[in-house]
Design a protein around this ligand. Structure first.
Ligand SMILES: *Cc1c(COP(=O)(O)O)cnc(C)c1O
Length: 460
């Protein structure tokens, strides 16, 4: 008999969680304005809101915290991290920042101006927010297969080269300061980008003399999928694949809260000394001195160890297998999820789950709230609420697919927890025709409304 697979770690420290009653949850979600971001964490039993900064650090990372160097200038933790970044990604210039959006803020302060366009593959919400805040425009060039949740395309994060070429032909060069490729592509289901696509995008970009930046939050998960799914990479190590990926980029922004395996942090890395010089000024202005940029020395140490651990094959196998455990159980139950399964989350197709609900009533939010009420499980809407309004017309934007995202924190929950999630969604699926009333918006902020908005059930 073949031995079953098991995680490449054991548990050294635990944190109690509370299983609430349905009555409690009905009260709490109403008080939260039907927005799961407004819930207190102790009102949540199993928290799949995000995989960002919610993972468990290893004993080696906790040990590294103790040896952090808190010097204002020239911290040895900075040099340790810088070496790790250069070794992994091949970039000579590096700036620490406090998280991913700070890297975007600093880099876009250097590169972007009003009226610019930034093509990419389904830009992440903070990326898009920082682009639109500067009165520039993000243009989505993801392949069409990404919005067909039944298509088995192995690299749904890929950029459609014709769409990209069209943008590069349409706008003058000085209006396209960069292309952003997100690896893996969070917004369409944690879907990877193939090495071939990265190479082709870079080739096309070079032809038009436009730099390419990778939004790198889940770079290691992307490398795992290249190793698993792309011909010619099955015998390469994860670190070799990562190194090759970044030969096709001029720079990177990084949210270390994902594949950095830490709870806070980020960085910016690049090849160009002139970008670095300008970015340094903004980094000092917004984040902190060059050698800490909003991070504590100890956190830089933990991140350096995290980057080592996340590129370990056995770690990645445990990680992705757990996401696929959840995805496969839901698929077996007939629940529509984005196929093939991605890297950090399972994306339930809420539009196909509740086909009788119009998108104007925020169908993915309905499913998110139902799941919370059913079992105290917090997922998140990746649909019209997140897509926000068009910055010019102020009309709601409706994405091609309305998702409920179930993101898995790294090394945090067991498969027993995931069985609870599966059972809860099965219960809801069985009574899905009884779920009728959607939501209307009571209050929303002018940008990135999903974080703070308040809703109410229609007809109440
Ligand atoms: C999380 C994330 C960001 C922003 O990073 P923060 O650390 O949350 O500021 C940017 N891009 C992608 C793809 C992300 O997943």
């Amino acid at each position: 008999m073949n031995l079953p697979f098991a995680e490449n770690y054991r548990i050294k420290m635990v944190e109690p969680i509370y299983r609430s009653t349905r009555e409690e949850r009905e009260r709490w979600i109403a008080e939260a304005g039907y927005n799961v971001f407004n819930l207190r964490s102790d009102q949540v039993y199993i928290d799949l809101l995000t995989d960002s900064g919610t993972g468990a650090m290893s004993d080696q990372q906790w040990a590294a915290l103790m040896t952090g160097d808190e010097s204002y200038a020239g911290s040895s933790s900075y040099y340790y991290l810088k070496e790790k970044v250069t070794e992994l990604f091949g970039f000579d210039y590096f700036l620490p920042v406090h998280q991913g959006r700070a890297a975007e803020n600093v880099l876009f302060s250097v590169l972007l101006k009003e009226g610019d366009v930034v093509p990419g593959n389904a830009h992440f919400d903070t990326t898009k927010g920082h682009i639109e805040f500067r009165k520039a425009q993000a243009i989505d060039c993801t392949i069409d297969e990404a919005s067909d949740t039944e298509s088995q395309h192995p690299f749904k994060g890929n950029i459609d080269l014709n769409k990209l070429r069209n943008v590069l032909e349409t706008y003058p060069n000085e209006q396209v300061p960069l292309i952003i490729v997100t690896v893996t592509c969070n917004s369409v289901g944690g879907q990877p980008v193939s090495m071939e696509n990265l190479r082709q995008v870079k080739q096309l970009a070079s032809h038009y003399d436009v730099p390419v930046v990778f939004d790198s939050a889940r770079f290691a998960e992307n490398a795992w999928f290249i190793q698993q799914r792309e011909h010619g990479y099955e015998h390469k190590t994860i670190r070799e694949i990562v190194r090759e990926m970044y030969t096709h980029a001029d720079g990177m922004t990084m949210s270390s809260k994902k594949d950095g395996l830490v709870n806070i942090g980020g960085f910016l890395a690049m090849r160009s000394s002139s970008w670095f010089e300008k970015a340094t000024m903004f980094n000092i202005l917004y984040e902190g001195f060059i050698t800490y940029g909003g991070m504590a020395g100890r956190d830089m140490n933990a991140l350096a160890v995290g980057l080592e651990e996340v590129t370990d094959r056995d770690y990645l196998e445990s990680r992705i297998r757990q996401v696929h455990y959840l995805g496969n159980k839901l698929t077996e139950a007939g629940i529509p999820v984005q196929q093939p399964l991605g890297g950090h989350a399972v994306f339930v197709d809420a539009g196909r789950f509740l086909p009788h609900v119009p998108k104007e009533e925020f169908v993915a939010q309905m499913l998110t709230v139902e799941l919370y009420l059913e079992a105290g499980v917090r997922g998140v809407e990746v649909g019209a609420l997140l897509a926000d309004r068009d910055p010019i017309t102020r009309e709601n934007r409706y994405p091609a697919v309305e998702f409920l995202r179930l993101a898995l924190p790294r090394r945090t929950y067991t498969n027993n927890h995931l069985d609870v999630v599966v059972a809860a969604l099965k219960n809801i699926y069985e009574r899905r025709t009884e779920i009728k009333h959607g939501f209307e918006i009571v209050h929303e902020a002018p940008v990135m409304r999903h974080f703070t908005m308040r809703l109410k059930p229609i007809g109440e």
